[in-house]
Design a protein around this ligand. Structure first.
Ligand code: FAD
Length: 432
């Protein structure tokens, strides 16, 4: 049994994406913990345009007390279309107004603001770029920043995204690679698109082409619809040295149009309406699963740093929030059976890894299994394209039907339930 009150646990969270903000919320709610958050940027930033929040996302937002205000448009039905003819190849799952966890497309800013509202004031320090970490053995870990300052803590939470500096200390030669997928995203005032006959503006539509797709979706409640989101992507972009950059680069409308001008004329006309300066480019990178997302008994990766998976099937921010919430539960739980701060952290990281690593491994295995399908789609010949598309949707061979097949494992997750199951399994393990 642990003795008296444990000493305060010092935590440095690196990054203020969904992973960093949710870590700040979940960890700062624990008693006897001191949390500081360090962000390299000068202020909070929002990359991208819209974001899907699925069942798993809403569940964890509830646990973080940050669900309120995360409103947007239901993505049911997501109508799948042939991108060249506009013909519907799959009508999608009907909207269920009774389902409070139904997937929604929301503005990224809305999600970010809901999280920020829950972060205690004064926790975040900006212009603090982590450059290195030093293992101080029994004295914790020193985080050193680009401005020459440093801090010593018991636990560093690496929520520093796909090019994580924390991960570099754990796996220095981690092979992050360009996937040849590039996405371009923007939000457009709905009135700029309303003149286009038969362009669907009140439902989500996903237009599938060979080696490319266009996602068009409202991002507001339909009763207050102001913005539509375009998320367009190609699957066979060449790598260009110095120009293929991960996140949120401004890009010209001309470049985007050059990739999509062979599509249904409604889409071409819609893409032309995006005001210059509106598009952002996202080149997607991915890497293999890690066998562990913890190290030194003092470092843990949450969010994209631990599973650079090219967008995480449109649920990467939910995964990051789930990681954070589980980390807080793991610390809380570990404190019941440990005496010292160092032991608490080691035990908490064991629990964290036990729950999260198998999850990410399954997801990565699924992503690998889809590579062949994506390659086949990229090579599809036009004459066969429509029939092939229909066949794949009918059989779910493409793995793209939300909420069905493997992806139901991802989207219907309930991290609170996962935690309860873990606690039960530990009890059984201890009894046995
Ligand atoms: C095109 C695209 C579409 C996507 N669509 C969806 C979607 O629909 N739904 C969904 O849930 N997810 C989606 N995702 C995934 C989602 O955006 C990510 O999974 C999510 O942002 C991960 O959050 P994070 O906090 O781990 O990392 P990030 O959001 O990348 O945040 C990392 C933070 O760390 C900071 N940082 C980095 N290095 C340092 C350093 N050395 N020192 C200090 N700070 C540092 C960065 O400035 C940044 O603020 C999409 C991703 C892409 C690329």
């Amino acid at each position: 049994m642990p003795s008296a009150t444990p000493a305060a646990l010092r935590i440095a969270v690196i990054g203020t994406g969904p992973g960093g903000l949710s870590s700040a919320i979940a960890l700062s709610e624990l008693p006897n913990v001191s949390v500081r958050v360090y962000e390299s940027a000068p202020a909070l930033k929002t990359h991208g345009a819209g974001i899907s929040v699925n069942h798993n996302g809403f569940k964890v937002l509830e646990l973080l007390g940050a669900r309120e205000g995360v409103t947007g448009a239901s993505t049911n039905p997501t109508v799948q279309r042939n991108a060249y003819t506009g013909e519907i190849v799959d009508p999608g799952v009907p909207h269920d107004p009774e389902d409070k966890y139904e997937a929604r497309r929301v503005r990224r800013l809305v999600l970010q603001e809901s999280l920020i509202a829950r972060v205690p004031k004064g926790l975040i320090e900006f212009n603090k770029k982590l450059v290195s970490l030093e293992d101080l053995e029994d004295d914790g870990v020193r985080a050193i920043f680009a401005d020459g300052t440093d801090t010593t803590v018991d636990l560093v939470v690496g929520a520093d995204g796909i090019r994580s500096v924390v991960r570099k200390h754990m796996v220095p030669d981690y092979p992050l690679a360009f996937t040849h997928q590039v996405g371009w995203r923007t939000l457009v005032p709905v009135e700029l698109l309303q003149h286009i006959p038969d362009l669907p503006l009140t439902t989500t539509s996903w237009w599938r082409g060979a080696a490319k797709s266009v996602w068009l979706s409202p991002v507001d409640e339909l009763s207050n619809l102001k913005l539509m989101e375009f998320s367009v992507r190609t699957y066979n972009e060449p790598y260009i040295e110095g120009k293929t950059v991960s996140w949120g680069m401004p890009v010209s409308g001309e470049k985007v149009l050059s990739r999509f001008k062979d599509l249904d004329p409604r889409l071409v006309e819609a893409i032309k309406q995006v005001p210059e300066g509106g598009w952002m480019e996202f080149a997607s990178y991915a890497g293999p699963s890690l066998d562990t997302s913890v190290a030194w008994g003092k470092l843990v990766l949450v969010g994209d740093s631990s599973h650079p998976s090219a967008g995480g099937f449109g649920s990467g921010s939910a995964f990051a929030m789930e990681d954070s919430w589980i980390l807080a539960r793991a610390i809380e739980h570990a404190r019941k059976s440990t005496d010292t701060v160092a032991d608490t952290v080691v035990e908490a990281l064991r629990i964290f890894d036990t729950i999260r690593v198998p999850f990410y491994k399954s997801m990565n295995a699924f992503r690998e299994s889809q590579k062949e399908n994506i390659k086949k789609m990229a090579q599809a010949v036009w004459d066969d394209f429509d029939a092939e598309l229909r066949r794949r949707f009918a059989s779910d061979g493409l793995g793209v039907k939300r909420g069905q097949g493997f992806l139901s494992f991802v989207y219907s997750g309930d991290i609170g339930k996962t935690w309860k199951e873990f606690v039960e399994s530990e009890k059984a393990r201890n009894r046995g």
